[in-house]
Ligand binder design. Structure first.
Ligand code: ATP
Ligand code: MG
Length: 573
């Protein structure tokens, strides 16, 4: 009885608890399912929204890019009209540089537009039926003048004369224009060849196209990456007329569009081979076997190679060592280097260097009054150059302006941290650059005032001496040691300081405004002034002690410099 009561008393609540649990579980799982559904719905909406956004973005991108084309077309159009009319050779060359760079911009914009189109699945093939062989012949022929100018051979091998198939002529042109451009760009000797023929694979007929060169090749690890957008392999990144790394990505997309395949084989230092297979289909009905072959403009060699301008020789004459306005330009891009020379030459004697390494050598040799240096360069970049030169005794005082395409604040800070004196983002106006240079050179005047006030003043012992102070102390010590030696020459002084005569001269001029011989003379006479004040001997004795064998000549020089005669100084003290 007691047991049944206990079942009754315990059983009911237990059952209700189980029921409650079941209800809770049921509601909870429903709720979860609803939540899940909601979430899925949300995700779908989000995906939709992102897709829309992507479309808007790519629309915006292609619209904006498109807008670039109108002004560019006008620039190029006018240039083409005007260049043949220009008689001044130099002006003509300058305009050709403008044209080449406008063309580069045009190419880049077109490539970006194509990529945007492919990305948005909006690139359609405009297939025509025709013989692809004469068409390819026309494309390769447009490279003939470039081949001649570069001294790199160009061969067209035809294994089958007639390969009639469907293809989109514009896209095929784009593909082979890119491949042949690459081949010529990365080849300095040997030849570039294009071979066309038919082949069978898995029971299907293909048109086989091979572009081969004997150029720099690509290192193995990087071969798979060259089809990536914006990828440029290590050994090519610093080539002249470097591109943007879009070409091959675009080529691959265009080959895919033709349902073809592309394969790249390359050996670093030997050459590169690109094999394209395009299916031979003849579905297009227009039966346009006599497909019109467009006459393509020759690839203009002027557009590929930089123009040489005439510049002043890269050695200093005796008078120029004394001239103070020497600027050194360190820049690897030919066009920018030439441009800097052209803008600076009227005001400065300009030297140049094509990379950091030679830039450093030149700077140490000529000790310029200002250095204008690009940041991004192969090997030693602008930061390396600045750090190095600021630590060298010969060049520590030379102001350095860094030029950079990256205008971000971090870059600016990084540049100034290396000790650069100014940072000028590209594109810059030549007026701005001139103003900056003038500013810096004028700023050196303060330095001169400081160091030339009195040669006998010892640097502040409390502060760590600057590179300049250390240098001047070394020069002064050398003079001090030969104070009574009348024959102590500037040659000997420079030898003792470990510089060439010209280097010592230029460094002293920059720091004190005095030539080396002037510096020595001033030092001797200032020393004499002190001795006279301290009355440590007769005027003649003091003259001998500071290296003058003729007291009369000493008196003359002394009076010239101080406006007071030695005996007067002695008397007044
Ligand atoms: P762009 O074509 O956009 O002007 P790019 O030529 O540098 O610039 P891609 O054509 O995409 O770019 O080529 C990518 C990279 O592949 C090149 O930068 C180069 O490193 C390497 N490459 C391409 N073709 C060759 C070749 N024939 N020989 C050696 N390297 C090559
Ligand atoms: Mg390319």
């Amino acid at each position: 009885m007691g047991e049944s009561v206990s079942i009754m008393t315990w059983g009911l609540p237990a059952v209700s608890i189980v029921i409650l649990l079941l209800v809770w579980w049921f509601l909870n799982s429903r709720l979860n399912r609803l939540r899940l559904n909601d979430q899925l719905e949300l995700e779908k909406l989000e995906a939709e929204r992102l897709k829309q956004l992507d479309l808007v973005k790519s629309d915006f991108f292609s619209n904006v890019t498109h807008e670039f084309r109108t002004p560019l077309t006008l620039i190029l159009g006018h240039l083409e009209q005007v260049i043949p009319k220009i008689e001044d050779e130099r002006a003509k060359k300058e305009l050709i540089v403008v044209k080449r760079n406008a063309k580069l911009l045009e190419k880049l914009i077109n490539q970006l537009l194509d990529i945007a189109k492919i990305e948005a699945d909006r690139m359609d093939l405009d297939l025509r039926k025709g013989n692809i062989v004469p068409f390819l012949n026309e494309i390769q022929r447009s490279f003939a003048s470039l081949s001649e100018r570069k001294g790199v051979g160009l061969r067209f091998d035809i294994d089958d004369e007639d390969i009639t198939m469907d293809f989109d002529p514009d896209k095929i042109e784009l593909i082979f224009y890119n491949l042949l451009s690459n081949a010529f760009k990365f080849t300095d000797k040997g030849e570039v060849s294009l071979r066309v023929g038919k082949t069978e694979k898995d029971g299907r007929s293909y048109c086989k196209l091979v572009v081969q060169d004997t150029g720099i090749g690509i290192v193995e690890e990087q071969i798979t990456k060259v089809f990536d957008r914006f990828y440029q392999s290590e050994n090519s990144r610093w080539r002249k007329n470097k591109g943007t790394g879009i070409g091959l990505a675009l080529v691959k997309d265009l080959v895919d569009l033709h349902e073809g395949t592309i394969d790249l084989k390359s050996i670093s230092g030997v050459g590169t081979e690109i094999i394209i297979l395009l299916p031979i289909e003849q579905r297009v009905q227009n039966n346009d076997a006599q497909m019109e072959i467009p006459a393509l403009d020759a690839v203009d060699p002027d557009m590929e190679a930089s123009i040489a301008f005439e510049h002043a020789p890269q050695t200093l004459t005796e008078e120029e060592i004394n001239a103070q306005n020497i600027a050194l330009v360190i820049e690897d891009n030919d066009d920018i280097r030439n441009f800097l020379r052209l803008t600076l030459e009227p005001t400065y004697r300009v030297f140049d260097a094509v990379d950091g390494e030679t830039g450093i050598e030149k700077a140490m040799e000529i000790i310029p009054d200002v250095i204008i240096c690009d940041v991004m360069m192969p090997g030693k970049d602008g930061f390396d150059v600045t750090k190095f030169l600021k630590k060298q005794e010969k060049t520590s005082h030379v102001p350095i302006i860094l030029l950079t395409a990256k205008a971000g604040v971090e870059n600016r800070i990084a540049g100034l941290e290396t000790g650069a004196d100014a940072y000028v983002p590209k594109p810059f106006s030549s007026e701005e650059l001139h103003a900056r240079i003038k500013n810096l050179i004028d700023g050196r005047k303060k330095l001169k005032e400081k160091y030339s006030r009195s040669l006998l003043v010892k640097p502040d012992v409390a502060a760590e001496p600057s590179m300049e102070e250390k240098f001047l102390t070394r020069v002064k010590n050398a003079v001090e040691q030969h104070l009574d030696d009348e024959n102590f020459s500037v040659e000997e002084l420079s030898r003792e300081v470990g510089m060439s005569r010209a280097q010592l001269h230029r460094k002293l001029i920059a720091l004190t405004g005095k030539s080396a011989s002037r510096f020595v003379r001033n030092y001797r006479l200032e020393h004499a002034y002190q001795l006279l004040q301290n009355k440590v001997g007769t005027v003649s004795e003091i003259a001998y002690r500071v290296g003058y064998s003729s007291p009369a000549y000493f008196t003359k020089c002394f009076t010239e410099d101080f406006g007071i005669s030695p005996s007067q100084v002695k008397k007044d003290s």
